[in-house]
Design a protein. Structure first.
Length: 342
């Protein structure tokens, strides 16, 4: 769990979107903000940082008052390029969606400390996979739907407002009513999936914008680097962990695959980890443990699904690994933690 000074925070632009959507459902946004301990002055300052936990709890409470409405999804559907803040100056001058997404990854300090994004390519399709770092076992329905819908809005900025992906996936269960999802997402929506993300064709991902101006892009990048310089890069352990979190559900967790995603060789990556007194296997086991515990705490997921989310193709292999690290089988652990005393 993050230490107090590392508590996840998000840009207060999300509160502006919340206020707009909440009013449409007859909610009083100022009252809900006060109840969540959030200052309403943030509505006028979109780049202030507010606690993610308080924001997520407000969404959950508000949705319950609004008949389980898809508030996060509808907030994300309102997202526009300028809502991404200063980085939008650079995002509007990208040659392709792939380039745009790489730019987002290059400037994480201008987006949110809670978001990690990876692109996983499989034959003719790619997955833009989203991870949210929170203080909860799972980020929750509304924050994830907000993130995915906002990301989809960004894709449509690059590919056209009428563009639709192949499918959108959520790890949470389907809501009682998914009418808003069909309207906003415009494609097949898969709930209780093994990842959160957007599936699209490689062709769309790499499609070049014929009006792209490389000189304007360079100028915008220079302005961003001068006025909002990037902090020191994250340590190698954190980068390996973030990459594994995205690749693990797809069974792509070998050191060669992770090194390729990070733009280095397996040998170089192993040396970097050894310099931090750890190894690739230790890092993989740590990420696997988090994934396994998170999945087993979800009563809607089977042990087989927990195994897949932990990167195992066979239940027997998962059981052997889990028993080694937790001194009991996955089924025993689940029984104790779901049914036992707190």
């Amino acid at each position: 769990m993050p230490t107090p000074h590392m508590t996840p925070r998000i840009r207060s632009i999300s509160l502006n979107k919340y206020a707009k959507v909440a009013q449409e459902f007859g909610l009083d946004p100022l009252r809900m903000l006060r109840q969540a301990g959030l200052d309403h002055s943030c509505l006028n300052s979109p780049d202030l940082l507010v606690p993610e936990t308080a924001f997520a709890q407000m969404l959950e409470t508000s949705s319950a008052h609004a008949g389980n409405a898809a508030l996060g999804l509808l907030m994300g559907a309102c997202w526009r390029l300028p809502d991404f803040g200063p980085i939008s100056l650079l995002l509007q001058h990208q040659a392709s969606l792939a380039a745009l997404l790489q730019t987002l990854k290059d400037y994480p300090h201008l987006i949110s400390s809670t978001i990690t994004m990876e692109i996983v390519t499989q034959q003719r399709l790619s997955i833009i996979q989203l991870q949210l770092r929170t203080e909860r076992d799972t980020p929750g329905r509304h924050p994830m739907e907000l993130g995915i819908a906002a990301l989809l809005s960004l894709c449509r900025h690059q590919l056209g407002r009428d563009w639709n992906p192949v499918s959108v996936h959520f790890t949470h269960a389907a809501p009682a009513n998914s009418a808003h999802h069909r309207r906003v997402l415009g494609c097949e929506t898969v709930f209780a999936s093994n990842f959160d993300g957007i599936v699209l064709s490689n062709q769309d991902l790499q499609l070049l914008d014929p009006e792209h101006d490389s000189h304007m892009e360079g100028h915008a990048r220079q302005l961003i680097d001068v006025h909002a310089p990037r902090p020191a890069t994250h340590g190698v352990e954190q980068r390996v962990q973030s990459t594994l979190q995205s690749l693990l559900p797809h069974g792509r967790h070998g050191i060669a695959q992770v090194a390729s995603a990070l733009g280095c060789t397996s040998r170089s990556l192993q040396r970097q980890l050894e310099s931090r007194n750890t190894s690739f296997q230790e890092t993989l086991d740590a990420v696997r443990s988090q994934a396994a515990v998170r999945a087993l705490k979800n009563p809607h997921l089977s042990v087989s699904e927990a195994a897949a989310l932990s990167g195992f193709a066979e239940n027997s292999s998962f059981t052997r690994w889990f028993s080694k690290h937790f001194q009991q089988s996955p089924s025993q652990w689940r029984l104790q933690h779901l049914c036992g005393p707190d």
